[in-house]
Design a protein around this ligand. Structure first.
Ligand code: DHB
Ligand code: MG
Length: 212
């Protein structure tokens, strides 16, 4: 129906335009990177979750162009830090440039390569985190979740993007590995005894859990 907004368009229209985040989206487009950054309202939620949890240490799995990284880092206090895992050096370079432009470059460090390798390394270093944001290769979500639980301080918040996979997660005809792994992730986020979690069917499915 012409003139009618979807629920998402309506709530996004209430948010003030964010010049920095618009610039990040433009930079991602110019670089020919996938235009799959999270929505503005989703980014705002990440900032709020970091603030509400008083998080000092945040781990992001999947940096892309730095959109979610900026949103996470904005929630940190002066002594807070973000570690961002990214497969591709060129994506991490773009993300770092964007965080620097946002005045947040001194808050972030990137670890390049397979996230599972970086997670092993973080574990060996004894690193612990208060907020996790999982937004990378979907077939590894359950593995990333296990690592997040391992590296979590008590009360840590774990967030996962794309848990509905554009509707594929609830389509029984879909039997591929990524969807199957995402279903497992969703079951753990909502039912694992180590977590208290929920999935919001907004955007592309937004899972939030707290580590007990
Ligand atoms: C897609 C969207 C995402 O947010 C993501 O992390 C990966 C893929 C997509 O729309 O294909
Ligand atoms: Mg995503």
């Amino acid at each position: 129906m012409k003139g009618n907004l979807t629920a998402e368009q309506y709530v996004e229209s209430l948010l003030e335009q964010d010049a920095m985040l618009n610039k990040v989206k433009e930079g991602i487009r110019e670089q020919g990177m996938p235009e799959i950054s999270i929505a503005p309202g989703y980014g705002k939620l990440l900032t709020l979750l970091v603030k509400m949890n008083g998080a000092k240490r945040v781990l992001e799995i999947g940096a892309l162009g730095g959109y979610s990284g900026i949103c996470l880092a904005r929630g940190l206090s002066d002594d807070g830090r973000l570690i961002s895992l990214e497969l591709k050096q060129e994506y991490a370079d773009v993300a770092y440039r964007h965080l620097t432009e946002a005045g947040l470059g001194d808050k972030v460090s990137y670890r390049i390569g397979e996230a599972l390798d970086s997670l092993v390394q973080l574990g060996e270093e004894g690193q612990r985190f208060d907020v996790f944001f999982i937004d990378a290769d979907k077939g590894n979500y359950p593995n990333y979740l296990e690592w997040a639980i391992k590296l979590a301080n008590p009360g840590a918040i774990i967030v996962g993007d794309n848990t509905l996979m554009h509707g594929r997660s609830m389509d029984p005809r879909e039997k591929g590995n990524a969807v199957t792994q995402m279903r497992l992730f969703n079951e753990k986020m909502t039912g694992d005894p180590r977590l208290e979690g929920v999935i919001l069917p907004a955007y592309d499915g937004l899972a939030i859990a707290r580590v007990r």
